[in-house]
Design a protein around this ligand. Structure first.
Ligand code: VGL
Ligand code: ZN
Length: 202
């Protein structure tokens, strides 16, 4: 059996996070050629897909009189309310058409429970409910993770921090990510990643 120790994790490169999408991240589509090239270099690729039911509690539209980008208190802590995005089966939830899908070993969907959001690819936003990704990677002998995708200051950062806490060696390629940058969230995310032992690279 060939030993594989390194995986590329591609976070949420979906139409709704790219220009023209419901929660567009500026320049979100610009990172795709580099991500496609990385899939040819790194032996294991995992793609994540934000995958919400219509009645998802992270959508501002599901809270009477709440504004998008405001923060509410949920049983598991503070939660930013977003415009409805990545609704299961809709075009906005599909991967961007320029993203290469064939090299992916695994596609992990997250955020599919209405009552809880899941920024991280490893745990839902309660930081307790696992997605199963850690077990998948460990069973395959993967120890080193390279993160790319959208958005750097939310799903990429939360995933990278959880991965470091779980004992993986973690690198985030900032040039292969784009950020939402809401109320200083990008600087806060960078600091939190560094504090967790994540390496930030170009
Ligand atoms: C994301 C906000 C809401 C992300 C997902 O992929 O960073 N951000 N859902
Ligand atoms: Zn989402």
């Amino acid at each position: 059996m060939t030993e594989v120790t390194e995986a590329l994790i591609v976070i949420d490169v979906q139409n709704d996070f790219c220009p023209g999408g419901a929660l567009a991240v500026a320049g979100g589509d610009e990172i795709i050629p580099r991500i496609n090239a990385l899939m040819q270099e790194i032996p294991v690729t995992v793609l994540t897909q934000d995958w919400h039911p219509e009645d998802h509690s992270s959508f501002a539209s599901n809270h009477p009189s709440a504004e998008p980008f405001s923060v509410i208190e949920m049983p598991y802590g503070p939660q930013t309310l977003w415009p409805a995005h990545c609704v299961q089966g809709n075009a906005g939830a599909a991967f961007h058409p320029a993203l290469t899908l064939d090299p992916a070993d695994m596609i992990l969907r997250k955020g599919f429970r209405a009552a809880i959001d899941s920024y991280s690819a490893f745990y839902e936003n309660d930081h307790v409910t696992p997605t199963g990704l850690a077990g998948y990677l460990r069973e395959r002998g993967v120890t080193d993770l390279t993160f790319t995708g959208l958005a750097l200051d939310f799903c990429v950062a939360w995933s990278a921090i959880d991965a470091a806490k779980l004992g993986f060696t973690v690198r985030v390629l900032e040039g292969a990510c784009r950020a939402i940058d809401l109320n200083g969230s990008l600087e806060a995310a960078r600091k939190a990643m560094v504090a967790a032992g994540v390496t930030l690279a170009k």
